[in-house]
Unconditional design. Structure first.
Length: 219
């Protein structure tokens, strides 16, 4: 897989290292000469250019890449890169970094964003997940499909406790994708009995979350 990353800062370089370790091809683009720390990610390709310019994206051969990651520290730039990648080059997958949570509403398919990643929102969700039992915590939102991943930790008085997965009737457009028990992820089967302390991971749509909360008996 060929991935182009706009933004060669700490975030962009970290993503590049992970992708390279998984044997993907990576090109880092940044307009700042100071960001050209080539020795920090020597196996990546590097391009000193403005990723918001068509000429730069032509040089990056965006039409031949599988994924574009807009990882700059500027939300406006990330939106422009995503929109150009999707509309001008037909890139199959775009992932955009959200720096300011107030701008989250902009990061959707109208701007060419398939997946929006908000670091502040993610950190908040992880903090809530660490301290909240009996609460449904939204972890990720997948903008194009308007779906989200949420986590629920079963408390001792949850109405679904002691029931099998097959006995719990989930709302429409909601799927239980994993049970994390004793720090190990388990693929759920209809015969699995839900236990106190289980972490349940759901994929759902926003309209179904209220019904899901009612079924789980969230506080």
């Amino acid at each position: 897989m060929r991935v182009v990353i706009a933004g060669a800062g700490i975030v962009g370089r970290s993503i590049a290292r992970e992708l390279l370790a998984n044997r993907h091809r990576v090109l880092l683009i940044d307009r700042s000469p100071a960001a050209m720390k080539i020795t920090s990610v020597p196996d990546a390709q590097w391009l000193l250019a403005d990723a918001c310019e068509i000429s730069s994206l032509d040089e990056a051969e965006l039409a031949d890449c599988d994924v574009v990651v807009a990882a700059t520290g500027d939300d406006k730039a990330n939106l422009v890169v995503s929109l150009l990648a999707k509309t001008e080059y037909g890139v199959p997958r775009t992932v955009a970094r959200v720096n300011n949570p107030k701008n989250e509403w902009l990061f959707d398919e109208a701007w060419g964003v398939d997946v929006a990643v908000s670091t502040p929102r993610l950190m908040t969700a992880l903090v809530e997940e660490a301290v909240s039992v009996g609460e449904l915590v939204r972890l990720f939102t997948f903008q194009q499909g308007q779906a989200s991943m949420a986590e629920y930790t079963l408390e001792e008085h949850s109405p679904v406790l002691g029931r099998t997965v097959g006995e719990v009737r989930l709302p429409r457009d909601t799927v239980l994708v994993a049970i994390v028990r004793a720090e190990r992820p388990l693929p759920p089967t209809p015969d699995d009995v839900l236990e106190a302390g289980d972490h349940l991971l759901f994929l759902s749509v926003p309209d179904a979350e209220a019904d899901l909360r009612a079924i789980l008996g969230t506080r």
